[in-house]
Design a protein around this ligand. Structure first.
Ligand code: AHR
Length: 513
């Protein structure tokens, strides 16, 4: 209805397109590197993510694969340049005993997935398969250690299995027998997951003490001094937990703190992934913008103890969370629409703009679970709108952040309003400038005037992801319904840029000088 009124008004009134959005970029001030790891992903043993989504096994399948991992998924992830992959959970990690899933496959102990539906898994996808996959993708592995039902010794031995030289222990012998002749040198280790909830319902005091036991034992070997250890951060807006970590763990024992933030309309009554109302869309966008607050409050607390920003803030779970689709045949399986593209567009801009503190993030989750970049159904595959946003934004990986000032209009719903446009920019090694813009207003287009201080633009090219309806998505029958297109509506005028942004659109511009 809102759309119809808008169209009618436009039909009878003369339209004057004035610039509503002002953006100022200062390319001379590009100093902070945007860590490529901000564009990371997360793979937990849930539903059809690992088994069926990533891994189909080497035998008994007609789906083309490399060592059991789907070739179509490998190609899509390589095209995305995925920099880092977190595994095996999530809540699953704090029930996982990694030694049950190494060695000969027919000798592995099956497990019951206690975190997600008590499903029996045959453990054919374990540490070796995961680390080999990361190597194939050119992505860093990020392992989540079980500190709830596991032991310090198990964690120490996991580091040995992954990182120690051949012949140093019976574990490295098992590795060798599994056909792996050298260590993988895993750098990133998360010590626990949501330890205030599914990871043990601990108090921050208990967690800090336990963390220190793990972090000390895991790194007391000369060849593993360079581990990047991530401590669990707070579960909500209360930053006491963050403060307890910053005060309670010696600086030499941790390199990062993790927080999670999901865009959920209502935890007790989540919206449908595709059949959502305008109101539910607006609420999801409010939650997506809350990421800014999550980062701000935690960064402020971290700044109090770490002004040099030595410790990274890591958002190792983020994304939209809806009701599981009944037709998805998998737990936490949800379709992915233009709404998800909007979440991704806003969130990645927020991460870029906080690159000085936020140095890793992992979208939840990579295939067939929550806000996935890929959905699969037997031999079929879909690249979701979220995939396309991450693919368009990959130009920011490792580039230098260009500081941005933005004056935006608001996206209004009843008495509520949120910022309609978000932006970030970076300069890459070849001197090209990339600007990513997202207009989350699903009714109004926006005109952005971009003042390019310190950059003499000669040419501009661009790509856009947009679709008439915010509910639009790709299906197995129509996998390219939503896909990026060439964008020609950025005009250079007197050294600056004027960009016409349609409703619900994500645009990435490339500027050459
Ligand atoms: O991503 C799904 C779940 O959400 C994870 O297992 C848990 O860490 C979080 O609560």
């Amino acid at each position: 209805m809102r759309k119809r009124i808008f169209v009618l008004l436009f039909g009878i009134l003369p339209i004057v397109l004035t610039a509503q959005i002002k953006v100022t970029l200062d390319a001379d001030q590009a100093k902070t590197q945007i860590s490529r790891n901000i564009y990371g992903h997360f793979a937990e043993h849930i539903g059809r993510l690992i088994y069926g989504g990533l891994y189909v096994g080497e035998n008994n399948t007609s789906i083309p694969n490399t060592s059991g991992v789907r070739n179509d998924v490998i190609k899509a992830l390589k095209d995305l340049k995925i920099p880092i992959l977190r595994w095996p959970g999530g809540c699953f990690a704090d029930t996982y005993h990694w030694k049950d899933a190494v060695g000969q496959k027919n000798e592995r102990k099956p497990i019951e997935n206690l975190a997600w539906g008590n499903v029996r898994e045959d453990n054919s996808f374990g540490t070796t398969e995961f680390l080999n996959l990361c190597e194939l993708l050119g992505a860093e592995p990020y392992l989540s250690v079980n500190i709830n039902s596991g032991t310090v010794q198990e964690a120490v031995e996991w580091v040995q299995y992954a990182n120690h030289a051949n012949g140093t222990s019976y574990l490295t012998d098992i590795r060798e027998k599994s056909g792996r002749d050298k260590p993988w040198n895993v750098k990133y280790w998360g010590i626990g997951n949501e330890s205030w909830d599914c990871g043990g319902n601990m108090s921050s005091e208990h967690y800090v003490n336990l963390y220190k036991q793990y972090a000390t034992a895991m790194t007391s070997y000369s060849n593993t001094e360079k581990l990047f250890r991530v401590a669990v951060g707070p579960g909500g807006p209360d930053t006491k937990w963050t403060e307890d970590i910053m005060k309670g763990i010696p600086a030499r024992r941790f390199e990062g703190i993790s927080v999670h933030h999901y865009s959920v309309t209502n935890w007790n009554n989540k919206s449908s992934s595709t059949k959502f109302t305008d109101d539910e869309y607006f609420k999801t966008m409010q939650q997506a913008w809350r990421m800014e607050d999550v980062i701000r409050v935690n960064s402020e607390m971290m700044d109090k103890y770490d002004q040099k920003k030595r410790v990274a803030l890591i958002i190792d779970e983020w994304g939209g969370w809806y009701e599981t689709d009944p037709e998805g045949n998998g737990q936490l399986y949800q379709q992915n629409t233009m709404r998800d593209a909007m979440i991704a567009g806003i969130t990645l801009n927020i991460f870029n703009n906080h690159a000085d503190r936020v140095r890793m993030a992992n979208l939840a989750q990579i295939v067939n679970v929550l806000q996935s970049v890929i959905l699969t159904k037997e031999e079929k595959i879909i690249l979701t709108p979220t995939y396309h946003v991450m693919e368009m934004y990959k130009v920011h990986q490792d580039a230098l952040l260009v500081p941005v000032q933005l004056t935006s209009t608001d996206f209004v719903m009843g008495n509520n309003r949120i910022q309609a446009v978000s932006v970030s920019a970076s300069k890459d090694q070849s001197g090209k400038l990339h600007i990513s813009l997202t207009n989350i207003d699903n009714i109004k287009s926006q005109v952005a005037e971009i003042d390019l201080k310190g950059f003499k633009v000669k040419q501009v090219t661009g790509r856009i992801l947009t679709s008439p309806k915010i509910q639009d998505h790709n299906t197995f029958d129509n996998p390219t319904n939503v896909a990026p297109k060439t964008f020609n509506d950025a005009i250079i005028s007197e050294g600056n840029l004027k960009v016409n942004m349609p409703p619900n659109s994500v645009i990435v511009l490339e500027l050459g000088s």
